[in-house]
Every structure is written in structure tokens, then in C-alpha cells.
Design a protein. Structure first.
Length: 339
């Protein structure tokens, strides 16, 4: 006796039926009729092709649920779209259409050997937005995902965008340079890269300890099991992508942020050990005119789990009120969107 997954197509609906078939002839008849699809085939319904490397396509896995104003959630490093599990149900309940996707190299997306730069990440996002024909969209980026939000606006404009939110995000510019003295010394990023090369699983264990401030938050805000889940997802990502993305963290987003003329919100924890508030969220708020700033007291980097209730309230309020009306667009911004 064997378990089969049978997919029945009904217009745009794919219904998965689990059936035990004892007679092989029944299986062959169903297969010839085009009724049987593997689990892999079913999952392909939620993929978009964004490129090609040699004989393999580069695909992004995405999920698209609900109806209403679209909200695209962009995850952080080295996690996947599943890291928004405490936000997705709340947004759906509030009547939004919620789209999550896995960045290339992470989660269920393809794992090419290159393309781990913000120009490519923004291009991937643009292809997703275009494929789904999203309009009046709210883009919400967590940590590294904030870079996608900034570079997307800086490159493609806000024609499809209603509002943006940066959560524990890395913009505006983490690298210390002559014109960015508040940044982090380049040797820090080099040290992270070396640690990943030497023992990636070990590095990620310590990383997630600081990601959630486990010595403080582990008492009542997050369980060991939840941290272990994050480690499992992170350890399962492409080793090449995990390493190469560290180099992308030093991207300068200052010009991208200056192009943002839609309502914007910045949410950051004042106890963030991964991306300190003073080097990121505070400065992003200063660079985006009219932006809303929400600082969560004692919150770590991974506040979308430890402070989910507080973050969800801020997001819902912003989406309902702060994003209700776009800010006036300057002539230069309007000109950029024509190209």
C-alpha cells in the first residue's frame, strides 16, 4: 500500500487529496489522466523564476494569502518568510492580503552561487511585485529585509508602494567610513565572515543568542525551542548565501532613503545587540522626512517574536492611519518614477 498525493486543479484552486491506493492500475490511470502531481509539483505553484544559473532556474518561494490591501513582509538573515509567523495571522485577521517570500539562498528558494547583493535582491522583489501585479502595497522589511525596501524604492520608485516600514533594519549605512564615522569598523564584518567559514553552525548558535538577548528574554519572552527553530532554519540555508550576504550588510542606503516619499515607520528595540538602534533605526528616522519612529524599550533584534504584540499594534496602527495618505511627492521623485 502506498501513499500518494493527488492534486486536482479547479481553475486557480489546487486541492491536495491524500489517498491510499492499493491497486497499481488505479494509480496508472490517474497518472495518465494528469491527475497526479508530486508534492514538489504542488509547491511549484508558489514559485517565481527570477533567473537562471547554468541548467537550473533560480526560483523564489512565496506565499500569498488573504485579500485587501497587499502587505509584503521581507525577512531577515539567515531566516525565511516563516519568521513572520506571529505577524501574518494578525494582518490577515485585520483584512490585509499578506505576501511573504524567501530571499534567494534561504528557506525554500533557489540557491544560486551568486547574486547576493542588494541590487539583485531589489530586482528579485521587483519581479515578485510585477508578477503579482501588486499596487498600493505596504513593504515591511525586517533587519536585512529593510535593505530590500530601501533599494527597491531607490531603484524602482514608489509607483506600486503605499507605505514602508523598517523593523530592526540595517539601513542607512553600517560600515564605518570617513563620511560615516558612526558606522561599524570593517574588521567586524571580516570577523563574522571568518567565523562562518570556520564553523557556521557554531557561529549561528551564538548569533541567535544575541539575536534574542536570551540571557534576558529567555526568562519569559522566548523559549529555547523557538530559538532552536531559528537555528534550524538558519543552519539549513545555503552556506554560500549565508557568507556572501555579510558583505551586503555594508551597502550604503543613504541615497535610497532620501528617495522615500511615502509614509514610513521605523520600529527598533533599544537593546538590539545585532543592529544597534543608534547606528541604524535612529539615523534612518532622521533621513526619512516625516517618518514615524517607534522605539521598543528593552527589545532585542528579534523583536518580531519577543515583542510580537507591541510590534503588531504598531504595524496595524501605521497601516490604518499612518499609511492612509501618501505624502506629497516632490518633482524630482516624480521624475524618477517615470524611468
Amino acid at each position: 500500500m502506498m501513499n500518494l498525493v493527488i492534486a486536482v486543479k479547479n481553475e486557480r484552486i489546487l486541492q491536495i487529496l491524500f489517498l491510499k491506493i492499493e491497486n497499481p492500475r488505479t494509480y496508472l490511470s490517474a497518472e495518465r489522466a494528469g491527475m497526479i502531481y508530486s508534492a514538489t509539483k504542488e509547491e511549484e505553484m508558489s514559485y517565481i523564476t527570477v533567473g537562471k544559473e547554468n541548467s537550473a532556474s533560480v526560483e523564489l518561494y512565496y506565499e500569498d494569502h488573504g485579500s485587501g490591501i497587499p502587505v509584503v513582509l521581507i525577512h531577515g538573515w539567515p531566516l525565511s518568510g516563516d519568521s513572520w509567523e506571529k505577524q501574518v495571522p494578525v494582518l490577515l485577521e485585520a483584512g490585509y492580503r499578506v505576501i511573504t517570500y524567501d530571499r534567494r539562498g534561504f528557506g525554500r528558494s533557489g540557491r544560486p552561487s551568486s547574486g547576493y547583493t542588494y541590487d539583485t535582491f531589489a530586482e528579485d522583489l521587483n519581479m515578485l511585485m510585477t508578477k503579482l501585479d501588486l499596487k498600493e502595497t505596504s513593504l515591511i522589511g525586517f533587519s536585512m529585509g529593510g535593505g530590500e525596501v530601501a533599494r527597491y524604492i531607490g531603484t524602482y520608485g514608489s509607483r506600486r508602494v503605499r507605505s514602508v516600514a523598517f523593523v530592526s533594519a540595517i539601513p542607512p549605512f553600517l560600515l564605518k567610513t570617513d563620511d560615516n564615522p558612526a558606522g561599524v569598523d570593517g574588521s567586524v564584518f571580516e570577523g563574522i565572515q571568518q567565523a562562518i567559514v570556520e564553523d557556521r553552525p557554531k557561529f549561528l548558535m551564538q548569533f541567535f543568542h544575541d539575536f534574542y538577548n536570551m540571557d534576558v528574554m529567555g526568562k519569559d519572552r522566548i523559549s529555547d525551542e523557538a530559538v532552536r527553530l531559528s537555528w534550524t532554519v538558519g543552519a539549513g540555508a545555503s552556506a554560500k548565501a549565508t557568507l556572501d550576504c555579510v558583505g551586503a550588510w555594508t551597502t550604503d542606503f543613504r541615497d535610497d532613503l532620501s528617495a522615500i516619499k511615502v509614509p514610513a515607520m521605523i520600529v527598533h528595540g533599544d537593546a538590539d545587540r545585532i543592529v544597534p538602534f543608534t547606528a541604524s533605526g535612529k539615523r534612518t528616522h532622521e533621513l526619512i522626512e516625516g517618518s514615524r519612529l517607534v522605539v521598543l524599550k528593552d527589545a532585542p533584534h528579534g523583536l518580531n517574536w519577543t515583542h510580537a504584540a507591541e510590534l503588531n499594534r504598531s504595524l496595524l496602527d501605521f497601516l490604518k492611519t499612518g499609511a492612509a495618505v501618501k505624502k506629497p511627492m516632490t518633482a524630482s521623485a516624480a521624475q524618477r518614477q517615470k524611468h
